[in-house]
Structures are given as C-alpha cells and as structure tokens.
Write a protein that binds this ligand. Structure first.
Ligand code: CA
Ligand code: CA
Length: 172
C-alpha cells in the first residue's frame, strides 16, 4: 500500500465517523443524531442554553460542510463529494475549517464542562467523544492528546486545532 492509498483509507475512516447512521452519505440527520446522543449522555435538555448552543453549532458545521462539499446540492454529502471536495479544499484552507467547526467545538466543550468552570476535563471530553460515536480507544487517546499543555483540561483552542489536524490528516 503506497502513501496515497493510506491517505485515502484515512479519509474513508473520517467519512464513516461523520456518517453516523451508516446509510452511505452525510446529511443533517447524522448531525442531529450525534447531538441528541450527546445531550442524552450528559442529561442536558435540548431546550436549554447548552442544548441550543450544541444544536446551533452542529447546524453551522453541517451548513459549512455542505457548502464546501455538496456539489450537486442534494443535501447529501456522498463519499466521493467528501473525498474530492471537503478534504482537499479544507486542507488548502485550515483556517476556514477552524471557522466552520469552532461553534460546535465550543458548545461540545460547554456540555462536557459539567461543573461550569470554563474548561472541560479530559475524562469529561472522553465521555463526550464516546457519545458522539467515536470508538472507545480513539476517544481515550484523543482526549489525552488534546490536552497539549498537560493541564488535565481542554481549552477551545486546543480542541479546534486538534480537530482540524485529525480531519485534514496527513498529506500523501
Ligand atoms: Ca448518514
Ligand atoms: Ca450531494
């Protein structure tokens, strides 16, 4: 397997993570599914400040992704659209990706931050990632590695940067 194949395989894994219901395309439903699982896990009502923020953040994330990748405008991002559109374009402009995901990341961290001290702890974030459908080993590793300064807490900047890096993966 050469570097390009490995790269394509990583991208395929990212696609599967977004396609939460596994029906072969990414749509708004995948995002709303993830949001309700997250809110249920943390016992947060949909109609609360945190619930509305995470829902609004997910919608902005979906709109941003669709705006870049949904070439035929059918409100579905297929595997092909994802690989050829989203990943390549976002790799060329990581700051645009950061902009698209920031409200969602901020809201997820707020949900995970149960004692409202302004920062999510690594264990809380791991729980949030599990609720979002991240596989357990990956969630533990991600929560750990997100804590770049080893403070035991995750701040927004660390999370946005790590998410962008994860999504963009490495160039072939
Ligand atoms: Ca789907
Ligand atoms: Ca489409």
């Amino acid at each position: 397997m050469d570097a390009e194949d490995l790269y394509q395989r990583r991208i395929a894994d990212r696609f599967d993570a977004f396609d939460q219901d596994g029906n072969g395309y990414i749509s708004r439903e995948d995002f709303t599914t993830a949001v309700s699982r997250l809110l249920t896990t943390f016992g947060i009502p949909f109609r609360s400040d945190k619930g509305q923020a995470v829902s609004g953040g997910a919608e902005a994330f979906w709109q941003g992704l669709a705006g870049i990748a949904d070439v035929d405008g059918d409100q579905r991002v297929t595997r092909g659209e994802f690989v050829n559109g989203a990943v390549k374009r976002l790799r060329d402009s990581p700051e645009r990706f950061a902009e698209i995901v920031r409200p969602f990341v901020r809201a997820v961290l707020a949900v995970a931050d149960q004692d409202d001290d302004g920062q999510a702890e690594t264990g809380e974030l791991e729980r949030a990632l599990l609720a979002l459908g991240v596989e357990s080993h990956t969630a533990a590793l991600a929560a750990e590695s997100l804590d770049v300064d080893r403070s035991g807490r995750i701040d927004e900047e660390e999370a946005v940067t790590a998410f962008a890096r994860y999504f963009m993966t490495q160039e072939p």
